[in-house]
Design a protein around this ligand. Sequence first.
Ligand code: ADP
Ligand code: MG
Length: 845
Amino acid sequence: MAQWFAAKAAAGSALVFFRMGDFFEMFHDDAEAASEALGLALTHRGEHQGRPIRMCGVPAHSHEAYLARLIRRGFRVAICEQVETPEEAKARRAPTIRREIVRIVTPGTATEEALLDAARPTWLLAVVKGGAAWLDVTTGLFFTQATTDPAGLIARLDPSEILAEEALQIENAVVCISPRDAPARLATALGVASLEGFGSFGDAEIAAAAMAVEYVRAVNNGALPRLSPPVAEGAKGVLLLDAATRRSLDILEGPRGASLLAAVDRTLTGAGARELSARLASPLDDLAAIRARHEAVAELHEDSHRRGAIRSALKGAPDMARALARISLERFFPRDLGAIRDGLQRAARLAAAMEAAAPALLAQAIAPLSALPDTAAELLRGLASELPVRLDDGSVIAAGYDGELDALRRLRDDARGAIAAMQLDLAQAWGVAALKIRHHQQLGYLAEVPAAAGEKLLRGAPPKAVGDLAPIHRQSMANAHRFTCTALANLDRRLSEAGDQAGKRERLVIAHLRQIILAEAEAIAAAAREMAAVDVLAASAELATEGAWCRPELTERPDFAIEAGRHPVVEAALRKARGPGFVPNDCDLSPGHRLCLLTGPNMAGKSTWLRQNALMVILAQAGLFLPAAAARIGLVDRLFSRVGASDDLAGGRSTFMVEMTETAAILNLAGPRSLVVLDEVGRGTATWDGLAIATAVLEALHDRIRCRTLFATHFHELTVMANRLPEMRLAAMQVREWRGEVIFQHSVAAGAAEKSWGVHVAKLAGVPSPVLKRAAAVLASLEDRSREAADPLTSEMPLFAPAYAAPENPVLDALAKLDPDKLSPREAQDALYNLKALAAGTEAL
Ligand code: ADP
Ligand code: MG
């Protein structure tokens, strides 16, 4: 228990997996938490301070599965291992075996395949005041950013684990401090004398990077995986998307798995899927870089032969980056070595498939993909073609690669042959034809004979069974007896020695291959990165081909013209349902008509159209083609999308408060190159409030910010604004009425919706008919009343009155007419009296 308490103190908030023989045990509160999370039986053993000790455990051989479940539930787990054998403990005269925490497994630092999602990066994000750094230990990718918006970064990266200074108060973050000598620590971790060679980093970026690196080192008991040099990522160059926009667009995750990523992902490798999700999470704002991607996709789109060759080289290719991380941390399996061997071969095949391709992104990939023929050949020679599961299973290294290993294996195999020969000898010498030599876990090789023959041997050995063939009894069982003899025992020893030595030698050869891999770690990582990038490009071309997607034309001018655009997620859902197909729609927000006000009943397709146009920007700037007949898009610097908000009850904010906070962000941050999509904003409050706010927001977007805007509303009253806002256009979802039923046509046309069809939609939804009848009656009377009043809105709402003109002020007018230099003292006094009188008159107004 003293040992456990010491481990628990070192582990902090992590659960302690305490190794005891074949089990990992948990005690006290850890046991309680783990038994609940894993559904294990909670037991008791002994007492501590007069109370029974709660405990539960998991078998060591299958602990990874339990570990995975705990990590997914957000736990961190400290692995406390036995670090000596019972014999060593006895030799030290110690009362117990020494145990130490060898590692802390956390969501952001795990490398085991069972703990990872092949298609998702596992970012460990470190945040300090003014800067952030994020790295993926499973691939070595490492970035920093000088940022004052950790929330935006968190929304973009969706990190597996967050480290933050206490003062920042970031939810769910592990509280951490940056090491005092951050630059030196970071340089050491990266194996360089100074960081200058990697670019220029701010102090906060370095502090955050060092915080992340030291955390990784701490949880790995001092070891670090291979890390690529950090890349300082300025905010420039990427399309800015805030957290609310990401939420509203379901980019990486959506309800029931229906996300943009899921709809467009045609990648063939885990690394490719990770790269695609990274591109969709941070599209570019850099014309040249985006065009380069489109160029490559276009080539692969047209050249289906090349695309086929590339995709067949990628299909089933192993995940080199993650294997490399496990190899560098010495936490690898034979299949990880195999992954590098096979991955390098695939990379070379991929390079060959790209030969003579014109687009720069493809041409540039050839060299890194085919850079390591020697390493590939060495691994091919060194590794067995069929690899075992564990490193000490004994057949990782191929025959013929290492002479000494081959000799030791021969010795071991000879001894095995000798055992077979001895079985014959003993059967003869002991006169028992049914004698079999078998291997037992604890007792080694033994000769087993049937019960009757055994009894006879026990009574007296036959004459030939003498000397080193004399039987020595070991075990009696119901129907057999087990014997050994000096010759068999000697052979047993030789065999196990040869086996041990072959094992040791094999371990050495494996370490040698590991070194060969690590010496080329950077080049292997680069090949893996190129493979992922090519996978994304070829997948985009595949998608474009199968769905008739088009290459968008990107411009500097803030155009936005989509012809026959579709919503990729809704379209895919409709196709799956095999009902009516998706109705394509145009959208034009180019200069001259930047603002579009969309009306239409519920369920008519407003939200779908709004979001499909926002998604066009993300897809285009991520480098993909678009689900449209044609598209011209002026580069967007910031994309905002807001949907009539949902309550953030957990955050203590009402619907309306959330909506207004988000709207405020748009009004403060959007600019002339932005695209703003507002879906029924203002519905979270009383009608007039909502109407008033929607009006003011529209005016600000139109007059001041001058961004491209799509605005869906059910406030039909807003449509009158088109008369005074020259860039505003009206659009409406088309609906037909047929025998009292409403039919949605899902097409967008110019103009305003005539009515809102609320009662019809309620009928579709199954509202009982008496309620519908009553609602229809109330509606009719309301409509009558509004026709009687001349124009109720204009009279009742000052906002819709003609723009408010400030009344003229006679005092100011008079004052402006005075010229003090031309006044005598007397005239000046008169003027003053006059002004005073005028002012008194004005007050009466
Ligand atoms: P609204 O926002 O006007 O209430 P939605 O955009 O939520 O309507 O659309 C309601 C449903 O109509 C969608 O779930 C989809 O099934 C269907 N729909 C929307 N747009 C289209 C379209 N262009 N073609 C076919 N079906 C569509
Ligand atoms: Mg809607």
